[in-house]
Design a protein around this ligand. Structure first.
Ligand SMILES: Nc1ncnc2c1ncn2[C@@H]1O[C@H](COP(=O)(O)OP(=O)(O)OP(=O)(O)O)[C@@H](O)[C@H]1O
Ligand SMILES: [Mg+2]
Length: 260
């Protein structure tokens, strides 16, 4: 069986179509994400980025097409099954437990991702001690070690957004999907989030939807530009920045009132 360790993509989506009634939000999208990279998906509002994420993570089912993750066809698997395979997405701030500490939030996320029976005492590699290690590592990486005992609800907005990423991280995924992790952030918090995402590449593969072009250009290995449910262009950041088709796509979006 071919796996990502054969230097192939960790995730490969082919011919993804998504219909909402008569409207076709995705019109045959191909995406190949190499392991150990930050792969950004950008494009004007309504291009289909979030819909594609939902289909890759299992929140939505594709109308057509296939998704292979680490050599396994996951097209028809539910989101929780894909979590077990190592696909995680960031949670929304609203899914944090505001009254629980940062550490407790992370512990619950780590615990939730363990396969059923992980607490069976006959299976030593899992269990509370392993969980504590995962949580400590996540706290360090998030830059939230000093806030470990703080209630999630008392964190600053920027810290909460980092904790959201951490909730996905605690599941120890192979691939982590982040949909606009910097949205609503002040400039002060942007740099910390950027460093965090960049650091994830050491142990994970990152698929990122991001509208902040500075961040996309700085931290991506590959950029896929979507427009109207299709892939417009794909390549390294520099090529994307200089691509006339990309400029035109964003210009059209500005004229029609999009935020980008
Ligand atoms: N559940 C749904 N039912 C009907 N249409 C939908 C649904 N979800 C998304 N759409 C439509 O599909 C298209 C793509 O939406 P999507 O949210 O994927 O875009 P996006 O690229 O994430 O945009 P943004 O940058 O604004 O987040 C839009 O026209 C949207 O209105
Ligand atoms: Mg979106």
């Amino acid at each position: 069986m071919s796996t990502a360790s054969d230097n192939g993509p960790l995730l490969r989506a082919r011919g993804i179509v998504k219909r909402f009634g008569k409207f076709q939000a995705l019109q045959g999208v191909d995406l190949a994400v190499r392991p150990g990279t930050v792969h950004s998906v950008i494009g004007p509002n309504g291009a289909g980025k979030t819909t594609l994420f939902h289909i890759l993570t299992g929140t939505l089912r594709a109308s057509e097409g296939s998704i292979v993750f680490d050599g396994i066809d996951v097209t028809h698997e539910a989101d929780y099954q894909r979590v077990q395979r190592g696909i995680a997405r960031s949670f929304q701030v609203t899914s944090l437990f505001a009254n629980l500490s940062v550490r407790e939030n992370l512990r619950l996320a780590a615990q939730g991702a363990q396969p059923a029976g992980a607490y069976d005492c006959w299976r030593p590699p899992s269990g509370p001690r392993a969980l504590a290690g995962i949580v400590d590592a996540a706290l360090e990486r998030l830059g939230l070690a000093r806030q470990a005992g703080t209630a999630a609800g008392a964190l600053s907005h920027g810290q909460q957004r980092r904790l959201e990423v951490g909730m996905a991280l605690a599941a120890q995924p192979r691939a982590i999907f982040l949909d606009e992790p910097t949205s609503g952030m002040g400039v002060d918090d942007l740099d910390e989030m950027k460093q965090l995402i960049r650091s994830l590449r050491e142990d994970h593969t990152v698929v990122l939807i991001e509208h902040n072009m500075g961040i996309v250009m700085d931290i991506s290995d590959t950029v896929t530009v979507m427009q109207q449910g299709r892939v417009l262009v794909e390549g390294p950041p520099r090529a994307i920045r200089d691509d006339e088709r990309v400029r035109t796509a964003y210009l059209g979006n500005m004229i029609t009132g999009g935020r980008q």
